[in-house]
Design a protein around this ligand. Structure first.
Ligand SMILES: Nc1nc2c(ncn2[C@@H]2O[C@H](COP(=O)(O)OP(=O)(O)OP(=O)(O)O)[C@@H](O)[C@H]2O)c(=O)[nH]1
Ligand SMILES: [Mg+2]
Length: 341
């Protein structure tokens, strides 16, 4: 707060009215293929983006998962603050969701441990174990599958990946990731909600690369990013970008940055698109550090779940029970980490 005031950063809110939706045909088709395959699936891995632990929750998957077992994987953990992990895990545990954090460039073996453990507990029920990996576009589903295959059977890339959303267009055939017991994965196309009810959610998803940039309007994304960086006192963006001072004004930022990176057209006119893309790319590559775009303060998660109709309001008694369950889970995990159990 003091940092912001001393730097004359005064913006306290961000609003954008226009709705942002992206639901091309291959997503509807992909969802249908997923539903058709569901009876052959033993576990669903719902992949979310660790930078937006709430905004990457998609109601379409709540319906799809139904009563199937689900493991929530928060991927791109290398780009999000480490301290959010515990909060998110506790909040998801309250909602009976087991959540783990991964970085596909590092270890994903904990996912294999979960699957192999379930499969080994009941070999008659699971002569082979099938997992469907679902999630919003660009959260890293295909990268996760490749990493699991590398870890589990030491084999090369089986699924195409890419920096833009919408790379995987259809549900894949089964990809083997473990031998004994045999564990298979299905890759699926990233799916957005057909109608995103809240524009701020859409902006955050787009900023993390889940919606095509031209659909969301890069100037709005960049303006929100600047607002968020300043609100978080994350003003190291000046140093990273080599600009003189922090600012609340996206036009001023573009002006300073364009000159710095030489994004100028003939005659010296600023190339705004190129400058905005540079700014967004720097964020997506993690050059401004580990950043979470969702608010996870006390009560914010409950509010999110209530307002997105993911759950009815809890009674006081239910709330206390859930809190105690989360505490028990935490102490169990601590004991496990210390090797006591
Ligand atoms: N920093 C970071 N980048 C990642 C991670 N996992 C994947 N990526 C990158 O994220 C981008 C998207 O990865 P994909 O695996 O193609 O994502 P997807 O979810 O399959 O995307 P769609 O098929 O378009 O739905 C690629 O540029 C990956 O290199 C991660 O853990 N950390
Ligand atoms: Mg993919």
């Amino acid at each position: 707060m003091a940092v912001r005031a001393s730097l004359n950063l005064t913006r306290t809110s961000f609003t954008h009215e226009a709705t942002i939706n992206w639901f091309p045909g291959h997503m509807a088709k992909g969802l249908k293929q997923m539903r058709d395959q569901m009876r052959t699936i033993d576990l669903i891995i719902e992949t979310r983006d660790a930078r937006i632990p709430l905004s990457s929750i998609n109601m379409e998957f709540e319906r799809l998962v139904g009563s199937k077992d689900r493991l929530v994987v928060y991927n791109k953990a290398d780009l999000a603050p480490i301290e959010i992990q515990r909060t998110v895990q506790e909040e998801m545990a309250k909602r009976q969701q087991r959540a783990i954090f991964t970085d596909t460039n590092k270890s994903v073996s904990q996912i294999l441990d979960v699957a192999v453990d379930i499969a080994r507990r009941d070999p008659v029920k699971y002569p082979q174990f099938s997992i469907m990996v679902v999630g919003m576009p660009n959260v890293g589903k295909s990268s996760l599958i490749n990493a699991l295959r590398r870890t589990g059977v030491n084999r090369g890339k089986a699924a195409s990946t890419g920096a833009k959303p919408g790379v995987t267009r259809a549900v894949s055939s089964k990809i083997k990731v473990f031998d004994k017991p045999p564990v298979y994965l299905l890759d699926t196309p990233g799916v957005m909600m057909p109608h995103i009810p809240d524009t701020m959610t859409a902006i955050k998803v787009a900023l993390t690369g889940g919606i095509k940039d031209n659909i969301a309007d890069e100037s709005v994304l960049a303006d929100y990013l600047l607002f968020r960086l300043n609100r978080l006192d994350h003003i190291n963006y000046c140093q990273t970008l080599g600009i003189e001072r922090p600012t609340d004004d996206i036009n001023e930022l573009v002006d300073m940055l364009a000159r710095k990176i030489g994004a100028l057209r003939h005659g010296g006119e600023i190339d705004t698109d190129k400058t905005l893309q540079f700014f967004l790319k720097a964020f997506r590559q993690g050059r401004f550090g580990r950043i979470c775009l969702d608010d996870l303060d006390e009560g914010a998660v409950d509010e999110f779940f209530k307002s997105s109709l993911l759950e009815p309001p809890m009674s006081k008694n239910q709330g206390q029970k859930a809190k105690r369950a989360a505490q028990r889970l935490r102490s169990l995990e601590r004991a496990k980490a210390k090797g006591l159990i």
